[in-house]
Design a binder for this molecule. Structure first.
Ligand SMILES: *Cc1c(COP(=O)(O)O)cnc(C)c1O
Length: 360
């Protein structure tokens, strides 16, 4: 067996400890005679898994007691609709910051249900920065204010949060959740598809302040109402049981192997810092995002020559560094260095790039 260094933006690399633990329990989980995949979600054993998963997430992220944690399906993309369906029910207005494709998709979905207002955009420079926000243009009556905390495709992240006053701040944190500590109490809703930093695809985690639950628009389908899932402990219907189990293992890895979120953040900053430093000093490669908006999870870079970019991606893959091509909409390269990418992977990639530089 030989495992590659996988820089995929998602689904993405998982900690080897997690995969090995899951492999060891694949046929039989804890004297139950069955795999977690085969288990009733109503069984005592499974209830302990989902309970422990929530408990660990609450501990690691210091989630306050007045927030619910929901384990849903449908991806972050479903949240683009679920947020307005549940929140856009007072003034019928919401503010959005357009920092990339995901933010734009969230905005378009919001616009289907009410008055979605784009308060700022960085579309003029291919989203390679976070626009300056002027609180004077924020709508004080908005039902919520939406941002995409880390822009997976363009490699930008908010270096500080907008002050939205009483308007609940809602964020798509798919590609940065669990990468460093965040103050959950600053948000009304944090949602994330699991397949970047939390586990396999199929699970969507929603962390929601309790007072935002129970005011869904009348036409809201039962499955799209946060209240349905909050009232039923994410068991209204069958939850993505195996993905939740893997997520629990990922959280155990963070807590027990890495030593918590502060430690993990330190490691993530070190990995990203090394890579940016290399790019800033390279004569061939160049980062496309400037400080202070640089993501520590997704790092896009270019050579300035499309043919050379392609040659690099192909050559890297042959050498065991895979999924380095940029998003199909922007080209170039992108290294996604999520939590599970070891420091060694980044070091080896830099070494490979140094060798590549000498050859061109
Ligand atoms: C990957 C990603 C999405 C899409 O997630 P799905 O789970 O595929 O719907 C949305 N937003 C961000 C920021 C992402 O990185």
């Amino acid at each position: 067996m030989s495992r590659v260094f996988n820089f995929s933006p998602g689904p993405s690399v998982l900690p080897e400890w997690v995969l090995e633990k899951a492999a060891g329990e694949l046929l039989e989980f804890c004297d139950t005679g069955q795999s977690v995949m085969e288990m009733s979600h109503r069984s005592v054993e499974y209830k302990n898994i989902i309970k422990d998963c929530e408990k660990l997430l609450r501990k690691i992220m210091s989630i306050p007691d007045n927030y619910k944690v929901l384990f849903l399906q449908g991806g972050a993309s479903s949240q683009f609709a679920m947020v307005p369906l549940n929140l856009m029910n007072n003034s019928g207005k919401a503010d959005y910051v357009i920092t990339g494709q995901w933010a734009k998709k969230a905005y378009s979905e919001g616009a289907k249900f009410g008055k979605a207002n784009a308060v700022a955009s960085s579309a003029d420079k291919v989203f390679n920065y976070i626009p300056k926000l002027d609180p004077a243009v924020f709508d004080k009556d908005a039902d919520y204010f939406h941002i995409c905390l880390n822009n997976t495709i363009y490699g930008t992240k908010f270096d500080k949060l907008p002050d939205t006053g009483k308007v609940p701040l809602v964020t798509d944190a798919s590609s940065c959740i669990l990468s460093e500590p965040i103050d959950v109490s600053k948000f009304g809703i944090i949602y994330a598809g699991a397949q970047k930093n939390m586990g396999p695809a199929g699970l969507t985690v929603v962390i929601i302040r309790e007072d935002l639950i129970g005011n869904a628009r009348e036409e809201t389908p039962t499955m799209f109402d946060y209240k349905t899932h909050a009232d039923n402990g994410s068991m209204y219907n069958t939850p993505p049981t195996y993905s939740i189990y893997i997520c629990k293992l990922v959280l155990e890895w963070i807590e027990n192997r890495v030593g918590g979120l502060e430690k993990l953040a330190e490691l993530n900053r070190k990995k990203a810092g090394m890579f940016y430093e290399y790019l800033d000093n390279s004569s061939v490669f160049k980062a496309t995002v400037e400080n202070p908006h640089r993501s520590i999870m997704n790092i896009p870079f270019v050579t300035g020559d499309e043919i050379l970019d392609k040659r690099f991606v192909t050559s890297a893959a042959k050498n065991g560094f895979v999924n380095l091509e940029g998003h199909r909409s922007v080209g170039g390269m992108r290294a996604s260095i999520y939590n599970a990418m070891p420091l060694e992977g980044v070091k080896k990639l830099i070494e490979f790039m140094e060798r590549f530089e000498k050859e061109v």
